[in-house]
Design a protein around this ligand. Sequence first.
Ligand code: GLN
Length: 306
Amino acid sequence: MRTLDLDALLPEIAAQVQPLARQGQQADYIPALADADPNRFALATCDLTGAEHAVGDADVPFAIQSIAKVFSLTLALQHVGEDLWKRVDREPSGDPFNSLIQLELDEGVPRNPMINAGALAVCDVLLERCDDPDGEVRALLSELCGEPIGIDDEIREAERRAGHRNTAMAHLMSAFGNLHTSVEAVMSTYAGLCAVTMTTRQLARAIRFLANGGVDPKTGHRVVPEALARRINAVMLTCGTYDSAGQFAYEVGLPCKSGVAGAIVADAPGRLGMCAWSPPLDASGNSRAGGAALHLLAERAKLSVF
Ligand code: GLN
């Protein structure tokens, strides 16, 4: 890695993958995402010493959406450890992130915490234990990226209003006894997590604790025990990009997590954190150009865990 010139490589990757954005389509279920500029693009890396490299719109904030699921999972594991797996499974779903079908078949136990149903169960676990779960997730993110981060109240409200499928999942889990607080509280927390705003550069920094055995490399603060960091990475690798997780494992070979605003974070254990952002999505809801950027970066920098 030391001999690799990321200053030269990142712009090369950007030039190669940016045209692919035209093959994707940004999410359109709320205005803030539908109106996103499809030409935005950023790719950022941050290694364990803190050295950062970035190209494109790396300092433009956007809603992190489902990327928050990694950090709400982290917080829930801090609170209840492996007991969490009584409430949510850790198997890939092979279904879209907002699918209801498995939830019925699996009697209200979501397949994994990276899909919407699983994240709703995680919100419920947090609501049972903290006064302000999404505030705590924001505090964790802010600590990990070393800067204050925002929340977009308009997006939060729009998520709540447009969240019919998510609300249906929460009710279904409640009917099966796998939701202990109220559907309203869970939905409000979940919408607050979707609406957290960060930049590509901040996300590349924030994910590094997973590349560093659970310890924030900047502060030395242990976020989770090493074994749990390994497990979060395993869940990201197998479930973080939904029904394309197999393809991402094949092409990128790193724990990844995508969000519907077009960002994908990844970490290369022992090496670095990274994030790619481009709003147009593929059919699985993963950034088309962002996925291609991580593929090339992993390939050229030999980052795959395999
Ligand atoms: N707000 C989105 C939803 O709940 C989050 C999903 C995602 O980013 N993939 O549908």
